[in-house]
Design a protein around this ligand. Structure first.
Ligand code: ATP
Length: 270
């Protein structure tokens, strides 16, 4: 049952080319995670330790999970994902045990990338250790840090964590030897939005008159996930109209729909 809380993927099909607008972040992730896995001797020769853990932080739906999957894909590593919230909520009282299982599984499947989404759920500075629930959360975090400390004998395992709430994090997890490489993953700028739209409409039959630059222009503040759903919605509008070609009007209608959804639900369209 516990294994169900983890998502294990021997070859996640995400590549760097699938990620729009994060050239700098891709470079950073490659340096911090890919290089040490593919060429550990390089670090030994230069006499430095690779980062122990990488923390990706930024708003929801900006490509953090994609980055972790792409690096696993590129290094032929097994991708093992777990959400911090699941570590402490799904199997109450078993968080520390789950963390042990997570690293044990990674050891069996190495090279492996362990991706912990929503790390804030187990490493928030607002945690008050006086209540028993929070003590459990702290034990889970301590177990994670101690597993990371044991890395030297663990071989080819890298840990990537992600959060939308960097401000809430307990700074203790950012110390050297822990999550000591921070990579910010922001909302996409104009160029990034255009690239993301190109990626998500790549397989769609779109009309010559569709101006993705203009769509990128009108979608300021949209995340990658929102741009992906905008593209899907545009396709839906075409289908509803009995067409197999997607037109500019479909993108405009989709824009109305996706930005409206965002207003009313109060949650990201991720
Ligand atoms: P969360 O913080 O909510 O977990 P995240 O940052 O991990 O989000 P992803 O899961 O990587 O976001 O992205 C969700 C989906 O949004 C992706 O599967 C993809 O379709 C789309 N997407 C997000 N960012 C990008 C991007 N930079 N380029 C292309 N597609 C993107």
């Amino acid at each position: 049952a516990r294994a169900q809380a983890m998502e294990v993927d021997a070859s996640p099909g995400v590549t760097y080319e699938d990620i729009g607008g994060l050239e700098h972040q891709i470079r950073e992730v490659r340096e911090a995670v890919e290089q040490p896995l593919l060429d550990p001797d390089q670090f030994t020769e230069v006499g430095i330790e690779p980062p122990a853990g990488v923390l990706l932080h930024g708003p929801p739906g900006t490509g953090k999970t994609m980055l972790a999957k792409a690096v696993a894909n590129e290094t032929d590593a097994t991708f093992i994902k777990m959400a911090g919230s699941e570590l402490v909520q799904k199997f109450i009282g078993e968080g520390a045990r789950l963390v042990r299982d997570l690293f044990e599984l990674a050891g069996e499947r190495e090279p492996a990338i362990i991706f912990i989404d929503e790390i804030d759920a187990i490493a928030s500075k607002r945690t008050d250790s006086k209540t028993s629930g929070d003590a459990e959360v702290q034990r889970t975090m301590m177990q994670l840090l101690s597993e990371m400390d044991g890395f030297d004998d663990r071989g080819e395992i890298r840990v990537i964590a992600a959060t939308n709430r960097f401000d809430m994090l307990d700074r203790a997890i950012l110390r050297p030897g822990r999550f000591d490489r921070l990579i910010e993953v922001p909302e996409p700028e104009l160029e990034g939005r255009k690239r993301i739209l190109e990626i998500h409409t790549g397989e769609m039959p779109i009309d010559d008159a569709v101006d993705l630059e203009a769509v990128a222009d009108m979608t300021e503040g949209f995340s990658g996930a929102e741009l992906a759903s905008l593209s899907t919605e545009a396709g839906m509008f075409a289908i509803r109209d009995g067409r197999t070609t997607v037109e500019m009007q479909d993108f405009e209608d989709a824009y109305g729909k996706v930005s409206h959804e965002d207003d009313t639900s109060g949650t990201p369209v991720a």
